[in-house]
Design a protein. Structure first.
Length: 153
């Protein structure tokens, strides 16, 4: 199966996919920047907001695997692993959201990287390799935002 890529200009939704994906980085970058500019109670609020957003995005990444699993249901080549992995990002993000932000943001940044590494294997098995370039870029900026945000605290 030839899977369309978000970078493929022929893909009818390529522009929309790219805009939505990269727009999702705005809260990561903006909140991380604010953490370096603010002090006191506003900084605490922003740090919690960044951790919460990272947790939400990790839950979204798990949900992608449920979608893959449903689309490929009935195949007998072990793709049920998508359902199993699909719950893990949320479960791994949960402690990071509950931790003090200086530690939780580091944890969440690491979980974002782990999710990408797992996706590198599972996306290939599911025929979704073309999506990994954009996925890598998004993960890099999101995880760096978490690390830089933690560094401001």
């Amino acid at each position: 199966m030839n899977t369309p890529s978000p970078e493929d200009p022929v893909h009818p939704d390529a522009g929309l996919i790219q805009r939505l994906g990269y727009a999702g980085l705005i809260p990561f970058v903006g909140l991380a920047l604010l953490l370096w500019l603010l002090q006191g109670e506003p900084q605490v609020f922003v740090s919690v907001a960044l951790a919460a957003y990272a947790g939400l995005i990790l839950s979204f990444l798990g949900g992608i695997h449920w979608g893959i699993g449903w689309l490929q249901a009935g195949r007998r080549d072990g793709l049920g692993v998508h359902f199993l992995w699909g719950v893990m990002p949320s479960l791994l993000a949960w402690p990071g959201v509950l931790m003090p932000p200086y530690a939780g943001l580091v944890w969440l940044g690491l979980v974002l990287i782990v999710c990408y590494l797992v996706d590198r294997r599972l996306f290939v098995r599911a025929g979704l390799t073309p999506w990994l370039t954009m996925r890598f870029r998004l993960t890099t900026v999101a995880s760096l935002s978490c690390f830089l945000g933690a560094g401001a605290l």
